[in-house]
Ligand binder design. Structure first.
Ligand SMILES: Nc1ncnc2c1ncn2[C@@H]1O[C@H](COP(=O)(O)OP(=O)(O)OP(=O)(O)O)[C@@H](O)[C@H]1O
Ligand SMILES: [Mg+2]
Length: 294
């Protein structure tokens, strides 16, 4: 079978082979960590194909190997065995500097804990990948500003991370991931540290990016509701893919946000509406030093 990796193993609807081409592929990937002489098998032979322009969610219990897999397909780490290809090119044997160049050009990362540099402005955080890419200063400033405006933070360019709300910090991290115009965004629990509303805002942004610009998105989440924003869900358990299905009842985050607005932020009794008590414009919350609440 040509596309064994996307065969459903436990019910669900087959996700089928990639019609748009495979942008990212793991083949027989294993990862064994050694810690104090004890081997930890984090991945035990993962085959995964990610289609160009797809939005894929990876779910699985804590310790099942999700972050390890993201780090390996995102070229932040190497597999113990097996291969990783990006656009059909085997990156397994690339030299570190070559690998870094491919990563910087093609892949944007978003992490649960934002991973912003403290005591560094939002704009400077977003510029950082462009510094590594050797982009001249004036262009860096322009592109960082544009990326921050895109995520609705044009008024927060000179705020430090601790002067921003969690949702805003994650939007800075998204702007940083996008500033190099990657064709793949890998997001490891991007909503894990956010309240529901901020989480939906992040998902709305990722969906828009996927839909309007064809960016391939892989998102790791513990939350089945978050996973239903993707087109396909892969489940991983004990370092193995145990399920791979197409989402039949996909959620549109933009519609969720509109529904929250219509509910008047008053809390309509649903898990999502609970957070309707948040300020209507969360980006108005974070002006440290003003001492004011909106
Ligand atoms: N650097 C490391 N050294 C040793 N063991 C590690 C290392 N990183 C991860 N592991 C182990 O590998 C396994 C998979 O870890 P991983 O971080 O990929 O899980 P995860 O699915 O992302 O979990 P979570 O949902 O909690 O983030 C775990 O058993 C973990 O303890
Ligand atoms: Mg993890």
């Amino acid at each position: 079978m040509e596309n064994d990796a996307v065969r459903p193993r436990e019910g669900g609807v087959s996700s089928g082979p990639c019609q748009t081409g495979v942008v990212l592929e793991a083949r027989g990937v294993t990862k064994t960590y050694e810690l104090d002489g004890v081997e930890v098998r984090a991945l035990c032979g993962v085959d995964l194909q990610v289609c160009a322009g797809e939005m894929l969610a990876i779910m699985g219990p804590s310790g099942s190997g999700k972050s390890t897999l993201m780090h390996i397909v995102g070229l932040l780490d190497r597999p113990t065995s097996g291969t990783v290809t990006i656009d059909g090119v085997d990156v397994s044997r690339m030299e570190p500097n070559e690998l870094a160049a491919v990563r910087n050009k093609r892949i944007g990362f978003v992490f649960q804990s934002f991973n912003l540099l403290a005591r560094t402005t939002a704009a400077a955080n977003v510029e950082l990948p462009l510094v590594y890419a050797g982009v001249p200063a004036a262009e860096r400033t322009r592109r960082a500003r544009a990326a921050l405006e895109r995520v609705g933070l044009g008024e927060r360019l000179h705020h430090m991370p601790n002067q921003l709300s969690g949702g805003q910090q994650q939007r800075v991290a998204i702007a940083r991931a996008l500033v190099t115009e990657p064709s793949i965004v890998l997001a490891d629990e991007p909503t894990g540290n956010l309240d529901s509303r901020s989480g939906i805002e992040v998902m709305a942004f990722l969906q828009e990016l996927n839909r309007e610009e064809g960016v391939t998105i892989v998102i790791v989440t513990h939350d089945a509701h978050v996973a239903r924003h993707a087109q396909r869900v892969v489940e991983i358990k004990d370092g193995r893919i145990v399920n791979d299905v197409r989402v039949t009842d996909r959620i549109d985050a933009k519609a969720e946000l509109d529904a929250l607005h219509e509910a008047g932020d008053g809390g309509a009794g649903t898990a999502v509406a609970e957070h309707g008590a948040e300020p209507e414009r969360p980006d108005e919350r974070a002006s440290v030093g003003s001492g004011e609440r909106p």
